[in-house]
Design a protein around this ligand. Structure first.
Ligand code: SF4
Length: 346
């Protein structure tokens, strides 16, 4: 592994991508981008990152932001607890570190929502600490270069790989960590298609030498996700839509369209609503499937026009929903469907 350090750093200095959060080594910028990158592709993160920094340019701003505004900024990224933890950590940085991002790995690790990977990335990139940042990309490159048949999803194995990498960290640990991740993202790609001919490490890579780059790392069968069925109620009254704030469980405190567990027939749906006599018009709406980390939701919907509003819900226009209410990705197709339906009827 030691032999890969120089060619990797040289390759990185010539080939690193221009990314907005790489313009400076500001820990606030690196932190926000790292948390966003845990959930989506680099190209998509660029837009979210820009919007976030325009609205919340400093740690102090983040510590003061209203939760609804924060969740709206996070809309579409999923894993909303990560956004809440950003704010909690910002409050802690304001109170405990007078608004200055801590520089020590151990201090960073104690902040809400920051795990070993993120603490390693921030402390090495922004403060040049000799810490490792091992993500899926690093695990894949390591497994291939060293021809190791390891379970790259196992946290114990990840720790062991981290210790091996720590031994070879150069005096520019941040560049090294970014370089190996960048190689995994752009050259040593997953799913049996690494671009070995363009790789600066091919001379040292054991998987390449033995033609095993397509076999390593070995695939780990994922557990089946638990499936849940939902009936979603798209209730319309006087051009206003019914919204409900989730009080528990998955997507807690986010806005949703009212819904019931299981698929309901038209008759059952009216019973569930308990407002049968208020229904002016009812039709079947779109269906959607959404996959979470451990669950899969299959959703069917009814579009129902009511005579009177139902008191339990908040009634808001579509324009207002889009501007001020954070609707989780699972419910976005229903929002689009309502928009199309409203345009059709205007
Ligand atoms: S030679 Fe191929 S398998 Fe080895 S590190 Fe480079 S891209 Fe990955």
């Amino acid at each position: 592994m030691k032999k890969i350090v120089s060619p990797l750093l040289e390759w990185y200095s010539k080939n690193k991508r221009e990314l907005p959060w790489r313009k400076d080594k500001d820990p606030y910028h690196v932190w926000i981008s790292e948390i966003m990158l845990q959930q989506t592709r680099i190209e998509a993160v660029k837009e979210y990152y820009k919007r976030f920094m325009d609205k919340v340019p400093t740690i102090e701003d983040l510590s003061k932001i209203e939760e609804d505004e924060l969740l709206k900024l996070w809309e579409g990224l999923g894993y909303y607890n990560r956004a809440r933890n950003l704010k909690k950590a910002a409050v802690e940085i304001m109170e405990k570190y007078q608004g200055k991002f801590p520089s020590q790995y151990e201090e960073i690790l104690t902040l809400p929502g920051i795990g070993e990977y993120t603490a390693g990335a921030i402390s090495s990139i922004c403060f040049q600490k000799k810490e490792v940042a091992v993500d899926g990309n690093v695990m894949r490159v390591y497994a291939r270069v060293c021809k190791q048949d390891i379970d790259v999803t196992d946290s114990k194995v990840k720790k062991e790989v981290g210790e091996e990498i720590r031994k070879i960290l150069p005096d520019t640990p941040g560049d090294f960590n970014e370089a190996i991740m960048e190689l995994g993202e752009t050259i040593c790609l997953p799913n049996a298609i690494p671009k070995c001919m363009e790789c600066p490490l091919s001379k040292y890579c054991q998987a390449y030498r033995y033609h095993l780059e397509g076999e390593l790392p070995r695939k780990i069968l994922k557990k089946e996700k638990k499936e849940e069925q939902l009936t979603v109620f798209l209730l319309v009254w006087n051009h206003q839509i019914a919204l409900n704030k989730r009080s528990t469980g998955l997507l807690k405190n986010l806005w949703e369209f009212p819904n019931a567990a299981s698929f309901l027939s038209q008759e059952e749906a009216l019973n569930w609503l308990g407002e049968g006599n208020l229904v002016k018009h009812m039709k079947k709406g779109v269906t959607n499937t959404h996959i979470f980390t451990h669950k899969k939701w299959t959703m069917k919907s009814y579009l129902i026009e009511l005579d009177h509003p139902i008191k339990d819900y908040v009634w808001v226009s579509l324009e207002e929903i889009k501007k001020n209410y954070a609707i989780p990705t699972a419910f976005q197709p229903f929002l689009e469907y309502l928009e199309k339906d409203q345009k059709k009827n205007n």
